[in-house]
Design a protein around this ligand. Structure first.
Ligand SMILES: *Cc1c(COP(=O)(O)O)cnc(C)c1O
Length: 371
C-alpha cells in the first residue's frame, strides 16, 4: 500500500509527511546525551514563532489532555475560583479537569457552534471579582469554531481591577496552523499537542508560560508530580525533557518543525486559511450545511450537518470505503454532524479527494434511500 493511500481527515491524529515518519523511525539515542540535547534545543527554538513567545515553551510527554491537566495543576490551588468558558467537548473537558483537582469552577456556557462573545465574558468577570484563572478554548474541535482569543483576553484584562487572573488557553488544534500570539495577546498558559497542527505523531505536548504564569505557579498548591512545570523548565534549560520522553516523537517533531520553518509561519497560516475555505466551498457546493456560524468557522476543522435522510455512521463508512477517514460528532452531536480535520500536512488535492468521495457517497446513499 502506498504510504499515503489513506486520506486521513480526522481532527487528530493527522497525516505526517514521509520524511517526518522516517525521522521518527531513527535509532534511539540516550535521552540525556548530546544528540538528544541538540534535538531538544532545535525543537524549542523552532516552536517559539508559532506560539508567539519570546521565552521558550516547555516540552512534556503526553497528549493534549495531559497538557490541559498540566496547565490546571501548575497554576491553581484547591478552592481557587475559576471561570471556564465552554461551548463544546474540549472546553467542557478543561473545566472538568479543574473541578477534578478541587477548583471552584463557574462555567460560562456558550452556544455550541458559535464563538464566545467578549461581552458575555466581560460580564462574567465583573460578577466574579475573586477569580484566579480564566480558561479558554482557542479552537473548539468538537464544533469547528475558532474563538477570538485576543479579544477575549483583552476583555478580561479591561474588566479586572485588582490582580489579574491567569488566562489558560487550549490551543491544541490551532497553534501551528492558525496565528497565535501568546505574548502580544497576554495569554498566561498556552498548550498544544504534536498530533494536531504539527504534522507529527501523537505523544508530545508543548506549553507556553508567561511571567504572570510563573508567578502563579510559585503559589499553586494543587498536587502534581509528572506534570510539574518547574521540572520541565529545568530540563529545558539543560536541553532535556522530564523522565523518559517519547524520543521517536521528538525526532519526528524536529523534522516537522524544519519543514514548517522552511515554509514559514505566515505561509503555513495562509495555506490553512485557503484550505479551510476550500473545504467550506466544497461542502456548500454539495448542498450541505456547516455546523459553525459563518463568522467563526475554523481553518483546521470543519463540522458538517449530516443531511436529512442520511445516517452519519453509514456516511462515514461510505467515505472509508473510498479511503477517506472523517470523524463523527461528539457527545450530543454524535450522529448529527461529521467532522473533517484539515490541519498540519494538508494540501488542495486532499480536500478535492475528500469532496469527490463525499459527493459519490451521498449519491450512493440517496440511491439506496430511494429503493
Ligand atoms: C484533541 C484536543 C484535545 C485533547 O487532546 P488529546 O491529545 O486527544 O488528549 C484538547 N483540546 C482540543 C481543542 C483538542 O482538539
Amino acid at each position: 500500500m502506498a504510504y499515503d493511500d489513506i486520506n486521513l481527515r480526522v481532527p487528530g491524529p493527522t497525516p505526517v509527511p514521509e520524511q517526518v515518519a522516517l525521522a521518527g523511525a531513527r535509532p534511539m539515542v540516550n535521552h540525556r546525551g548530546p544528540e538528544f540535547a541538540a534535538t531538544v534545543g532545535e525543537v524549542l527554538e523552532r516552536l517559539r514563532p508559532f506560539f508567539g513567545i519570546a521565552s521558550e515553551p516547555l516540552l512534556l510527554t503526553g497528549s493534549g489532555t495531559g497538557a490541559q491537566e498540566a496547565a490546571v495543576v501548575n497554576m491553581l490551588s484547591p478552592g481557587d475560583e475559576v471561570l471556564s468558558v465552554t461551548a463544546g467537548v474540549f472546553g467542557e473537558r478543561f473545566a472538568a479537569i479543574a473541578e477534578a483537582f478541587g477548583a471552584a469552577v463557574t462555567r460560562i456556557q456558550g452556544e455550541w457552534g458559535k464563538a464566545i462573545s467578549s461581552e458575555a465574558l466581560a460580564e462574567a468577570v465583573r460578577s466574579n471579582p475573586g477569580v484566579k484563572a480564566v480558561i479558554l478554548t482557542h479552537n473548539e474541535t468538537s464544533t469547528g469554531v475558532t474563538n477570538d482569543v485576543a479579544a477575549l483576553v483583552a476583555a478580561i484584562r479591561r474588566e479586572v481591577v485588582g490582580s489579574q487572573p491567569v488566562v489558560l488557553v487550549d490551543g491544541v488544534s490551532s497553534i501551528g496552523a492558525i496565528p497565535f500570539e501568546m505574548d502580544q495577546w497576554d495569554v498566561d498558559v498556552a498548550i498544544s499537542g504534536s498530533q494536531k497542527a504539527w504534522m507529527s505523531p501523537p505523544g508530545m505536548a508543548m506549553v507556553g508560560v508567561s511571567e504572570r504564569g510563573w508567578a502563579a505557579h510559585a503559589q499553586a498548591r494543587m498536587p502534581r508530580f509528572y506534570w510539574d512545570f518547574t521540572k520541565a523548565r529545568k530540563n529545558g534549560e539543560k536541553r532535556t525533557m522530564p523522565f523518559t520522553p517519547a524520543v521517536g516523537v521528538v525526532h519526528a517533531m524536529q523534522e516537522a518543525l524544519r519543514l514548517m520553518t522552511e515554509e514559514g509561519p505566515e505561509n503555513v497560516y495562509a495555506r490553512h486559511a485557503a484550505i479551510g475555505e476550500r473545504v467550506r466551498n466544497g461542502i456548500q457546493s454539495l448542498g450541505l450545511e456547516l455546523f459553525a456560524e459563518p463568522s467563526s468557522v475554523s481553518n483546521t476543522v470543519t463540522a458538517v450537518r449530516t443531511p436529512e435522510g442520511v445516517e452519519t455512521s453509514s456516511l462515514i463508512k461510505g467515505l472509508r470505503q473510498r479511503r477517506v477517514v472523517v470523524a463523527n460528532g461528539q457527545d450530543w452531536l454524535k450522529g448529527s454532524i461529521f467532522r473533517i480535520g484539515h490541519m498540519g500536512w494538508v494540501h488542495e488535492r486532499d480536500i478535492d479527494g475528500l469532496i469527490g468521495a463525499l459527493e459519490a457517497t451521498l449519491h450512493e446513499s440517496r440511491l439506496e434511500a430511494a429503493v
